[in-house]
Each structure stands twice: as structure tokens, then as C-alpha cells.
Design a protein around this ligand. Sequence first.
Ligand SMILES: NC(=O)c1ccc[n+]([C@@H]2O[C@H](COP(=O)([O-])OP(=O)(O)OC[C@H]3O[C@@H](n4cnc5c(N)ncnc54)[C@H](O)[C@@H]3O)[C@@H](O)[C@H]2O)c1
Length: 432
Amino acid sequence: MKEKILDDIKNRRTKVAVIGLGYVGLPLAVEFARSGFPVIGIEIDERKAVAINEGKSYVEDITDEELLEVVKKGLLRATTDYSEVRNADAIIITVPTPLSKTRDPDLSYIMSAIESIKPHLKKGHIIVLESTTYPGTTDEVVKPELEETGFKVGKDIFLAFSPERINPGDKKWKFKNTPKVLGGVDPLSTEIAAALYNEVLEHLHVVSSARVAETAKLLENTFRAINIALVNELAIMCNLLGIDVWEVIDAAATKPFGFMKFTPGPGIGGHCIPIDPLYLSWKLKTLNYNARMIEVASEINTNMPRYVVTRIQDILNDMEKSIKGSRILVVGVAYKRDVSDTRESPALDVMALLEEKGAVVEYHDPLVPSVSIGERFYSSVNLNPESIAKYDLVVITTDHSSIDWDMLREYAKVIFDTKNVYKNPSRNVIKL
Ligand SMILES: NC(=O)c1ccc[n+]([C@@H]2O[C@H](COP(=O)([O-])OP(=O)(O)OC[C@H]3O[C@@H](n4cnc5c(N)ncnc54)[C@H](O)[C@@H]3O)[C@@H](O)[C@H]2O)c1
């Protein structure tokens, strides 16, 4: 069976099913299709499946032209019908892994995908989980579920974990040229899954187990979360010391070795950095170990929106105003520059906290036309000299490159800049 599977991969006879076509799944499906593999996307949201078949991309990293090219060639098609799994040879799972209300790992999307795959499993299927998760998920949770069908992993079907490293909005590092890690639950699964990915990627780094691959992903994102927490706390300390934190960081970053530049901000957002480290600390809690660095970093980062609101209160106080009744414009609600994703965005927390304290809050984001926070619905306001001048305070929370920053500085009364947009000192700009 192994020779046939490897030969099918080499000769592009392997049909790939990608489950969950979001920020990760769609670029991955397009790349497999571009490399000549017939791809079927399975997506529970019917509107997304229809959009893909019409060549309309809803993910910034994929243009309509790129999508249309593979759809027209018949290499990519999307459906909501799981029975199509039976016609596929490889199944790649890229569904969400959020946190539950109690901030514990929520594997319900993975479990639901596995449940839907099970009735259609066949001998020789290659299954790769890409959703970020805690160490042991592939071995301890996914494998036994799949084996309930009677198929043995490593003998009848093959199972591996390969974490996604997609960086939405990144023009240089795409799915194909970003090195990727992969580890199977047994040597044969590793070999077969690696053969498939090696056909599509420029560099695959194979590790000895799915657990190592799961943990490597969590290290990458925990590293970011902790370093961001460090500079966020530095921003708080520098404010107390009366020192410009941005100048300090730029100075430290001139060191050509042993230092990596991270910058502070209003908190952390997106589907990865605020969430993934908690998958690791949760797993460690089950072993009676408290992952202290993760807990402290999470606490600092989660509290940044509150800190930002405290600073806003101080700025308004100096203007002899209170938050209550002040007109405040929040600029940028996406969680980072040049993407439209607002998941876990700290800007939304800042807005909610300001509303709670009685401010009249509006926002501008060229990439996010509207947003809901709880029951409240907001539409992005236009920026022009008159509209800008009417706010008591403008708070910059995301530094999209398409915003007219010069106009903002010229007409805003006071700007609280949490992203260091204005590198040079200015009469009306106060920095984080
Ligand atoms: N977004 C990122 O930058 C990024 C980067 C690296 C890793 N990841 C990880 O990749 C995974 C996916 O993240 P994402 O950002 O692509 O999420 P997403 O919400 O953009 O996409 C997930 C897609 O899965 C679909 N879906 C949910 N349940 C399904 C099911 N049972 N069957 C079929 N489709 C289903 C959803 O409708 C959605 O379209 C997560 O584990 C995330 O942590 C994300």
C-alpha cells in the first residue's frame, strides 16, 4: 500500500480534502491545487463554499484571480457535503481551535470534523491535523476517535500533525515558502504525510512525533506572547519613569546579536497569540504544573486595554474633561495592520471599556466596514478634516498602511498613539 500511496502523491493522483476553508484552509487548498493536486474543500459555511466555486476570495492573502485560476482548471471545488471525503485520499483539517468561556481549549470543532469524517473513512486515507492544539491531541484524542472505525492508524490509515504558520497580510512569507514542521503518530504516518507536503512546500522540517510538532507551534506563539508582554510592561514602566519606550526599544534593537525587537501596543489579538499559549498551560495544569511565564504574560497582555483606558482618562483629565461624555475616535479595529480580522482584537476591548464609562465612541477602519461588540453595532466613520476635528480624542489602535496619518495629525485635537505611528514629536500626539 505504501508504494502505491507514494506513487499517487508523486503523480498527483492523490485527491486532497481540506476541511475548514478559513484564513489557514483556503490558502493551503489553493497551494495544493496550484501544485497540481485535485482539491475538494469541505466547509460548513455554505456562503464560503459558494464564494470559492465562484472564484470570490474572502481571505486577503488570496486574490480572486488566484482562486479563479485553480477553480477554472477544475483543481479546486468547495462543498458542504462530507461524503466527498470518500473520494479523497488525503484529509487536511484546518478548523478553529478557540478557547471556551472558561478559557480552556475548545476542541469541539476538531471533534465535529472527525465525527463527520469517520463514516467516510477508507483504507489508505492520510489524515493531517493543522489546527493549533495542545501536545497529545493527535495521539490521545484524534487517533482513538479514528480507530473506532476499526481502521488501525499506521497500518490502514495514516495520521500526522503539521502546524500552520500562515501570517495573514504577509507579502513575503506565504504557505509555500515558509518552512513547515510535521510529525506523525508513527514512522509510517510521518513518512507518508511528509511525502505529500514535500510536493508542495519548499522546506519541510520533519520531527519525531506529532507531540513535538504540536509543542513547537505552541513554543513559537508563546515566545511571541511573552516577548510582547515584556515590552508592554516596559511601556507601563517607561511611562512611570518619564522615558519614551519606543526610543528605548529602537536603541536596544541596534544590538546585532542576542536581541529581537518586539513592540508594545493596546494588547494582543487574532486567533493565535492570545489563545495558543493557554493551550499549553492548560495541558500542564492536568499534570499539576503551573506554567508561570505564560500566566503572567497573558495577564499583562489582557490588561493592556484597561491600561490604555487609564491613560485616556489621564489625557482627558489634563484637558479638564472626563471620559463620560467625551467624543472618542478609535482608529483601527482589526487586530493588526493591513488585515480585516477583528478576532480577539484589543481595540474592541478599548471601545467597550470606553462605552462602559460613558464615552461617545466611534471608529474608523478602512478594512472593517462594521463591527459588533456585544449588542452594540458600529459602522466605520469616514475620515475628513471636519469629522476628525469633532473628536475630543483620537486613539490609534491599529496602524493600517492605507490610513491618511498626516491628515489625522493635522486636524485631530489630541491623538493617543499606541502604535508609534508618529515617530517625530508633535504638539498633539501623546505616545503609549
Ligand atoms: N489565522 C491564523 O493566522 C492562523 C495561523 C496559524 C494557525 N492557525 C490555526 O489554524 C486553525 C484555523 O484557523 P483559521 O484562522 O483558519 O480559522 P477560520 O475561522 O478563519 O477558519 C476555519 C474555517 O473552518 C470552518 N469550519 C468550522 N467547523 C467546521 C467543520 N466541522 N467542518 C468544516 N468546516 C468547518 C469555518 O466555517 C471556517 O471557515 C486554528 O487552529 C488556528 O489556531 C491560524
